[in-house]
Ligand binder design. Structure first.
Ligand SMILES: *Cc1c(COP(=O)(O)O)cnc(C)c1O
Length: 290
């Protein structure tokens, strides 16, 4: 749903996606539903931090559709057991949790897959962040929602984490021959790494879904990183703190607050004019976690 704030600014309310407590990870997960059903998977192994939106969505999905679930989590176990937000939602599902050192994640995921197979399960290995072609197709299809609402912006500003949401939007815009520019605000990666990942993912997506139109410019800005993933400055902190009174959305400091800050700076620095759409990817539970 597009919420029009004024003639030149609107917010895409991906937080209101109506399944699995919303947000971009929920939209990606539901797009995987058919693949999971078709392959008769009955367990999922995935990974993320203790407040991961992707892990919350996977845990809820498995609980709802009666699949076994193992999350390989990195972060503080005590915090996971006491914090609110996504940690609380995950605790309230029937999920198996393995705590892992960051450098042992893939080993622990492989072990969990092997353990399921030994026990006769058919497990699905899901990359962190829900980085799959089938899931990302949701962001090709979502462009139809813009067309349905008759709202084609000049610019979309989107958080760039794994880059799959960004890549999906670019392929969707190409599919429908829209000229909208997409500006990714990196929340962790350098510009060159992030752009390279988006590019190779776009190639795979366009091939799989037969999109032959040329995609728009791949642009990720990494000048608002504040030192890396999860880091932020006073201005982002202020944007986050007053986000409900100022904009009536929860802007957390890791994803959406950082992106909102990057968008504001980018618009100032580049004197951009035209219709701007801020893609609000969710993150309510990150805001409310602590
Ligand atoms: C994961 C996440 C992102 C980044 O999405 P990617 O597709 O990984 O780039 C942005 N915002 C929120 C709230 C997220 O959970």
């Amino acid at each position: 749903m597009i919420q029009k704030i004024h003639s030149e600014f609107a917010i895409f309310r991906d937080d209101n996606y109506p399944f699995l407590a919303g947000g971009n990870k929920a939209r990606k997960m539901m797009a995987l539903h058919k693949t999971i059903e078709d392959n008769k998977y009955n367990a999922i192994v995935t990974t993320g931090g203790i407040q991961s939106n992707h892990c919350r969505v996977t845990a809820l999905y498995c609980h709802k559709y009666n699949l076994d679930c193992t999350l390989v989590l990195h972060g503080d176990e005590e915090a996971f057991l006491t914090e609110s937000g996504n940690a609380k939602i995950i605790r309230n599902t029937s999920t198996n949790i393995i705590f892992s050192e960051p450098d042992e994640i893939s080993f622990n995921m492989d072990s969990a897959i092997d353990s399921y197979k030994t026990r006769g399960f058919n497990p699905f290995y899901l990359y962190g962040g829900g980085h799959t072609l089938e899931g990302t197709k949701a962001y090709i299809d979502v462009i139809e929602e813009l067309l349905d609402e008759d709202y084609v912006p000049d610019y979309i500003f989107i958080a760039n984490g794994t880059g799959s949401t960004h890549a999906g939007l670019l392929c969707g815009l190409a599919k429908f021959k829209l000229k909208t520019k997409v500006i990714g605000i990196s929340v962790g990666r350098t510009k060159s790494r992030a752009e390279q990942v988006v590019e190779s993912f776009c190639v795979e997506l366009c091939e799989k879904y037969n999109i032959t139109n040329k995609i728009g410019k791949i642009e990720v800005n990494d000048t608002f990183l504040c030192g890396g993933y999860g880091k932020y400055n006073d201005e982002i902190d202020t944007i986050s703190k007053y986000s409900l009174s100022d904009h009536n959305i929860f802007l957390d400091t890791t994803y959406t607050g950082k992106t909102f800050y990057g968008m504001k700076k980018y618009i100032e620095q580049n004197a951009i004019k035209g219709k701007i759409l801020f893609w609000y990817t969710g993150g309510i539970y990150n805001y409310l976690a602590r």
